[in-house]
Design a protein around this ligand. Sequence first.
Ligand code: HXC
Ligand code: NAP
Length: 284
Amino acid sequence: MTSEDAIFRPGLLKDKHILVTGGGTGLGRAMAERFLRLGAAVHICGRRQEVLEQSVGELRPLGPVHGWVCDVRQAESVERMVGDIWSHAALDVVVNNAAGNFLARTEELSPRAWQAVTGIVLSGTINVTMAVARRWLQANRPGIFLNISTTYASTGSAYVVPSAVSKAGVDALTRSLAVEWGPRGIRCNGIAPGAIRTEGAFSRLLPLPDLERKAMGHNPLHRFGTLDEFTSLAVFLVSDASAYVNGEVIVMDGGAQLQGAGGFTELGRSLSDEDWERLKPKKK
Ligand code: HXC
Ligand code: NAP
């Protein structure tokens, strides 16, 4: 039995309009699917049109879903998308899920490499948050933000430093805005998941078979999280069942963080100079 069968009643998210950034793949797509199954109308966005088209095509039988080509790093692109969404119906929930990341030795990062990750994770989250919240605040309308973080945001981690820095900023944003906008009906929470198998994350963060084995070995439960476990927490946090939860970033990682913080520190240290060379992007 999945936790969906166990806990969540059909129609729980009926009449909720939800935007999931980066909703064409991975955890974002899984949330989009789960929200649709529970009655929501869902918008997903990303940079790649073909990826969105495929996901929208697969998800459409489940309910109303719309794909938007939008680069969250570009404030104008975000403003255009949010304006277009609003011209049909106002959003009730936004999941800031889009991210960029890769394993690299920090001293080797170019300015563009820093910008690639911080632009998506930190600026992208801020761009989407501002465009939506201004509309909610102006209309005196309640709303919910759910920001997808990582466990190492609170501790830092070697070898994923642009991501750690950006996600720490996102967590600060979550907690700050929970207080600033809470009195005006806007809740802000986050989820800090441990490793959950997705193509996007595993191809960039655990790109060698040995790293996957080590990451699993580091986890007290000796397994990765599942999409079902992740989306169950997401549903709870975007539903009225969590109405009194505000400003929390909830860790769900099987206890990996408690076993030892900054999971990529240990993994990165196990790599040889030759491994690091192999992981560098191929010159275009
Ligand atoms: C060093 C790298 C690099 C790498 C790219 N760069 N990959 N540097 N090591 N592995 C550098 C490039 O050389 C370039 O700098 C600069 O970054 C920009 O690269 P582009 O490919 O032009 O950028 P862009 O097309 O914008 O792609 C952004 C990206 C890419 C972040 C680099 O990986 C991406 O699109 N990611 C989106 C999806 C994703 O990352 N998902 C994983 C999320 S998982 P120069 O100077 O050479 O021009 C996550 C948590 C996982 O966040 C936790 C798991 C437990
Ligand atoms: P993913 O499949 O690579 O998802 C990232 C998504 O973000 C993609 O759909 C990507 O689509 C989109 N995106 C990237 N840059 C964008 C931009 N500039 N504008 C709009 N969309 C953009 O990886 P994932 O594993 O599902 O990760 C989802 C979230 O979970 C991220 O916040 C990640 O940090 C977090 N997380 C994942 C894990 C894990 O183990 N999977 C663990 C901890 C945290 P395009 O490339 O088409 O734009």
